[in-house]
Design a protein around this ligand. Structure first.
Ligand code: ADP
Length: 776
């Protein structure tokens, strides 16, 4: 094998083992959240780790999932360590669970890799949420179904508990995926391989956390409710068991009491005769008053050497056929002398109970301790059904003899008052719940084996949900009592509380999920729109910039053209003007009235043309790059302007006032021209014969100066307020108010050259105020 091949295999094995180890360790942690009495945990980190690792390193490392799950569920490592053995069904279930977990991880991994292009951008919220839903709630259906079915198949999970286990399993896996998948990716530094975090997009995180919280809370609340109802039922069941045990002891004690009256009878007379015993037993009505008791009798402790005389005496007392049976070899004679009622107990008459160990031991124990004792499990000779039974024996001592020590008791011992019991009759109906709510099984001794079975009401194959076991001492004998719940009891204990919590919690989570998904879709759509619009805007902006560039270029060209044309036209027009003036001066006497009139028109026209060309030249010049800015004292500028306009001001008797004007950086010649244009307009656009009043104001606008030139002239219709700043736009005829229509457009250009803007506010017949700003 090549080196590369070897290292690949090593790398693969390492990853499989790492996955197995992580899943095993985190499985142990997850187990802490298992709901009693089920098997499933409400939080299962391995589900998340498996999918995360497989997304990063490929689906092929699935055996890691299988190994961990199998080891975990078969209890293999522990069994090997402690030298224990594994039951076959457990191994089978472990295989099923491991298979389920592996299939879940592989299918989720394949689906995600197929339908999503990894890494998924966190900005694409809908995709992220869908991926998490696929890995979580959808993918996790697989392991829960296969796992719980396996456990059910081998009988570990009962049918009634199937749904509960399935839900816990599924919920635990989903939580595991939601929390541990991102956590593993972040911790192992592989987050970027599944999720792209290029843009900060909080929504998916918020959405996932917003889903984890209600889901976790639901499962936790459900676990608490399920556990509480389980514990409540368990407590109730334990209480039933206690009641049942007390009833058993009570019954036994009351029977002992009844036997004590037999002792009283014997102690009260020197010798009890058969007839007396018969009368006593009849009066006691044992069979009617004490259920389970099969009779009441007397056993004589006959010394081996007194057997003959005993037989003689007994036969003489109305029992001519009395004989002792069976034969014994141990020389002990504990002979049943009386037993009532005789008819059903006939086989017991004359029985030497020392023939058999259980009876003998109990008899000796009662004799030696002076207290009541019962035998171990025996079959009564009088029980036709040959069921389990026992004898209750009370020792009888000779009157007047001391019974303080074992020796004294043996010496004084005379016999036993006893009662045979058929166990099934004795145990029947100890409490009213017996057989309905629980089954009672009683074993003689401490081991629960068939041979020791005294009694059971459990005939069904039902696997009980609740079991209570107890070893109790009963009249010098040890019994093991096992109470198991019946189907009916379990059914009665079922409350809907936990399931309602679970269903409503899951519904809420699902609804929230749907809302988040919708929201995510909306966010995506909005983001997409924003993206598209931004792109469109950028395109438009670029287009606009191009247009502006082109316009600027053609404007410049136009201005250059205007400049050249007006400059070149200056000369010929001056010539026309000069020569027409010359014509006027030298030839006016030689012309008739019409000639003079035409020449007049010619002179006026050429002057207008000259003015126009001067203004146009001026305007065109403004478009050309001006030389550097310099400090301007606008107050001085205003003085120059007023000097320039001296004649006009005088002619119109205008009054020009002004504020204190500031110093700023600008183009001095342009600024002067600006002021001059505005002030000369303010003087010009006055009603005939009016006295112009003009005020030049200024205000500090923070980063700029706000200048104003206010007049009391004819005013401007507000609808024309913008138009007048366009070149050649005039509101009056030349005859009314001469002008070229270029003044204000030049002003606009100058203000713009200074980084400001210009506008007018006016009321017709009242006056106008021209405002302009100059950047500081
Ligand atoms: P001109 O004065 O050469 O006609 P302008 O561009 O300076 O050109 O002005 C354009 C028009 O704006 C004028 O024809 C006039 O109608 C109007 N206008 C300018 N200044 C005033 C003002 N102070 N009051 C009233 N109208 C004015």
């Amino acid at each position: 094998m090549t080196e590369i091949g070897k290292s690949r295999i090593l790398e693969y094995t390492g990853r499989v083992l790492l996955l197995a180890a992580l899943n095993y360790v985190f499985g142990k942690i997850g187990l802490l959240t298992a709901v009693q009495p089920g098997f499933a945990s409400i939080f299962w980190p391995p589900a998340g780790i498996a999918i995360a690792m497989m997304l990063v390193y490929g689906c092929a490392i699935w055996p890691g999932v299988f190994i961990a799950s199998f080891l975990f569920n078969s209890g293999m490592p522990e069994a090997l360590l402690t030298g224990g053995t594994m039951e076959g069904f457990r191994v089978l279930a472990a295989c099923g669970i491991a298979f389920g977990s592996s299939v879940q991880a592989v299918i989720s991994c394949i689906l995600i890799r197929r339908y999503f292009t990894l890494p998924v951008s966190l900005a694409r919220t809908r995709e992220v949420v869908t991926l998490m839903l696929a890995a979580g709630p959808v993918g996790c259906l697989i392991a829960a179904t296969i796992g719980v079915t396996s456990l059910h198949f081998v009988g570990i999970v009962r049918e009634e508990a199937f749904l509960q286990n399935w839900l816990t399993w599924w919920g635990g896996d989903v939580l595991g995926v939601f929390v541990f998948m991102p956590l593993f990716l972040v911790c192992s530094g592989t987050f970027e391989r599944v999720f792209e975090t290029g843009k900060k997009a909080l929504y998916p995180y918020v959405a996932i956390i917003a889903l984890i919280i209600p889901l976790g809370a639901t499962l936790a609340a459900w676990k608490v409710a399920a556990q509480a109802s389980y514990e409540k039922a368990h407590d109730q069941f334990a209480h039933l068991a206690i009641e049942s045990e007390a009833a058993l002891q009570h019954r036994m004690n009351s029977y002992e009491q009844s036997l004590l009256s037999g002792i009283g009878l014997i102690a009260g007379s020197a010798s009890v005769e058969r007839g007396e015993w018969h009368a006593f037993a009849k009066a006691m009505q044992v069979r009617d008053r004490f259920p389970g008791i099969n009779g009441i009798g007397y056993i004589a402790d006959v010394p081996a050497d007194g057997v003959k005389s005993f037989l003689r005496e007994t036969r003489a007392d109305d029992a001519p056929d009395f004989s002792i049976h069976p034969e014994v070899t141990n020389n002990l004679y504990f002979v049943i002398k009386y037993i009532e009622p005789v008819d059903i107990n006939a086989p017991a008459m004359g029985l030497n109970i020392a023939f058999e160990e259980e009876r003998r031991l109990a008899a000796v124990a009662a004799r030696d301790t002076g207290a009541a004792a019962i035998t171990g499990r025996i079959t009564l000779v009088q029980d036709n059904r040959k069921g389990a039974g026992f004898l209750l024996l009370l020792p009888v001592y000779k009157a007047g003899m001391p019974v303080n020590t074992v020796e004294e008791r043996r010496l004084a011992h005379e016999g036993w008052v006893y009662a045979p019991f058929i166990a099934r009759n004795f145990m029947k109906g100890l409490t009213i719940n017996q057989g309905d709510d629980f089954n009672l099984t009683v074993y003689d001794g401490t081991e629960e084996k068939i041979g020791a079975l005294l009694y059971t009401t459990d005939a069904s194959a039902h696997r009980p949900a609740f079991t209570v076991r107890k070893k109790i001492g009963v009249k010098q004998q040890e019994w093991t009592l096992v109470w198991t719940s019946t189907k009916e009891f379990e059914q009665r204990q079922k409350t809907n509380e936990a399931i309602i919590i679970l269903v409503s919690g899951l519904l809420f989570t699902a609804l929230l999920g749907a809302v988040l998904q919708l929201q995510a879709r909306r966010t995506d759509v909005v983001e997409e729109q924003v993206y598209i619009r931004t792109a469109e805007l950028a395109e438009r902006e670029a287009h606009l910039a191009q247009v502006v560039d082109r316009l600027t270029e053609s404007n410049t060209e136009l201005e250059r053209f205007a400049y050249v044309v007006s400059h070149d036209m200056q000369e010929p027009i001056r010539m026309v003007s000069n020569f027409s003036s010359l014509l006027w001066h030298q030839y006016q006497d030689k012309m008739d009235a019409s000639g003079k009139k035409y020449l007049d028109i010619l002179i006026e026209g050429s002057r207008r043309l000259q003015n126009m060309i001067t203004d146009l030249l001026e305007y065109a010049r403004l478009g050309q790059a001006a030389r550097g800015m310099q400090e301007i004292d606008s107050e001085t500028m205003l003085q120059y302007v007023l000097e320039n306009l001296n004649f006009v001001i005088y002619e119109h008797e205008a009054v020009v006032t002004h504020d204190k004007l500031p110093v700023f950086m600008g183009y001095p010649v342009q600024f002067m021209s600006l002021l001059q244009n505005l002030i000369s307009n303010a003087i010009k656009y006055q009603p005939k014969g009016a006295e112009p009043k003009i005020h030049v104001g200024v205000e500090d606008g923070g980063d700029h100066w706000l200048f104003s030139i206010r007049d009391n002239g004819i005013g401007i219709d507000p609808k024309n307020a913008d138009k007048i700043f366009e070149p050649f736009k005039r509101l009056h005829t030349y005859q009314d108010y001469p002008g070229t229509g270029l003044g204000l457009s030049a002003c606009k250009k100058i203000v713009s050259n200074h980084g400001g803007r210009i506008w007018v506010e006016s009321e017709q017949g009242v006056g106008s105020t021209f405002f302009f700003t100059i950047m500081k």
